[in-house]
Design a protein around this ligand. Structure first.
Ligand SMILES: NC(=O)c1ccc[n+]([C@@H]2O[C@H](COP(=O)([O-])OP(=O)(O)OC[C@H]3O[C@@H](n4cnc5c(N)ncnc54)[C@H](OP(=O)(O)O)[C@@H]3O)[C@@H](O)[C@H]2O)c1
Length: 347
């Protein structure tokens, strides 16, 4: 099943796709219409506009987990033709289909190319290329496929691209711990997109339908783009876990430790986004209180190495901010030596 496009868009899209043009953020600016303005290089080398009509081909979800279920339901409720979902387990596929909503069938992966011209690949990162191979073997040789992984670009779908499918990467810069939470968490967020032609067209449509913002990420920048998201989300979670563990070791009841940190975390978050990380920073490293840092490190010798290592690593980045804020260099060097000395993390 192919993707329907207006004749004007086919030539514009195909030329730009061949030219490897990655569209800038402003390419997706139309919110109300299904005609998206696409800017690219015209026949005489001029900046020109290619109107492209978003495909109405049926949509299938390959991977009905947290993100696949949430995005499937959101798209279906926005009026998009979501027809099928596949998982590894048939029982999981049935649960995912029920979650996404009426009219969506649980299918096997190999059935998807016969049911849909647009496929969202929402399997774990490690399974994307195998899924792409399975869809190609099942006969997919046209239409559009997007994967939702942050660290990889369209190359992860290479077997499909070689078979004639337009491919792209569309990653929500958001955390989705459960499908239910994804229903609200996916609204109004940035999406890291690496795509061209019809794949960009569909990615832009999804961004638009969710009220989001498109971040154009070059293919070679995706690993760093995703590492940034992991630092802000997963590493932040790990820092809070380490803080809870450390507070419990200080004698606060484990059940109270997380709650005790809520106010300081909430104020820090607010300060970071209102003042910027540089101006939000407070504490002993900014003040140049080396003796306090030494006392912390001595106490953390009894903590798990991973906790002490986090303190030292985050402390060095804190020191970078403090230097920017004018911490005298002799004090900064003293603190840096403390953070680096006897450190198994630094070994
Ligand atoms: N969750 C997030 O916060 C988040 C945020 C942004 C982007 N993403 C991206 O979205 C994609 C999916 O993430 P997720 O968190 O939704 O994953 P998930 O909850 O673990 O769901 C993965 C789905 O893929 C299916 N699957 C198919 N082949 C698989 C294989 N070989 N190994 C394991 N599972 C396989 C699973 O089937 P079964 O149900 O039968 O196991 C399951 O339905 C990833 O690329 C991830 O990077 C996730």
């Amino acid at each position: 099943m192919g993707v329907s496009r207006s004749s004007g868009s086919v030539s514009g899209s195909a030329e730009l796709h061949r030219a490897g043009v990655q569209f800038p953020t402003e390419a997706i600016s139309s919110r109300a219409s299904s005609i998206l303005p696409m800017y690219g290089i015209g026949d005489r080398g001029e900046l020109t506009w290619f109107p492209m009509t978003v495909s109405h081909a049926p949509i299938a979800i390959a991977g009905g987990g947290r993100l696949g279920r949430a995005l499937g339901r959101i798209l279906r409720e926005a009026g998009e033709p979501v027809v099928a979902v596949a998982c590894r387990g048939a029982g999981h596929a049935a649960q995912a289909a029920a979650f996404i909503g009426p009219g969506v069938r649980a299918a096997r992966l190999e059935e998807l190319p016969g049911l849909a011209g647009r496929i969202l690949v929402t399997v774990p990162d490690r399974a994307i290329t195998d899924t792409s191979e399975a869809l190609t073997s099942a006969g997919m040789n046209g239409g559009v496929t997007l994967h939702t992984c942050g660290a990889f670009g369209p190359d992860a779908l290479a077997p499909l691209a070689e078979a004639g499918v337009a491919t792209g990467a569309l990653h929500p810069l958001q955390t989705i711990p459960t499908a239910e939470r994804g229903l609200t968490a996916l609204g109004g967020i940035p999406w890291g997109v690496t795509a061209a032609g019809p794949a960009l067209e569909w990615a832009g449509r999804i961004v638009e339908l969710t009220g989001g913002r498109l971040l154009a990420v070059p293919a070679e920048g995706r690993a760093l783009y995703h590492a940034a998201g992991v630092l802000a989300c997963n590493c932040f979670t790990a820092l809070i876990d380490a803080a809870v563990e450390t507070l419990s070791a200080a004698g606060v009841q484990p059940g109270e430790a997380l709650e005790a940190l809520e106010a300081i975390v909430a104020a820090t978050r607010e300060n970071i986004f209102e003042l910027g990380p540089g101006n939000a920073l407070t504490g002993p490293i900014l003040r140049g209180d080396a003796a306090t840092v030494r006392r912390h490190l001595a106490a953390l010798e009894r903590a798990p190495a991973s906790v002490a290592g986090l303190y030292r690593a985050a402390g060095l980045q804190t020191l970078t901010i403090a230097r920017r804020r004018g911490l005298p260099e002799d004090t900064a060097r003293r603190i840096e030596r403390l953070l680096r000395e006897n450190s198994t993390w630094n070994a």
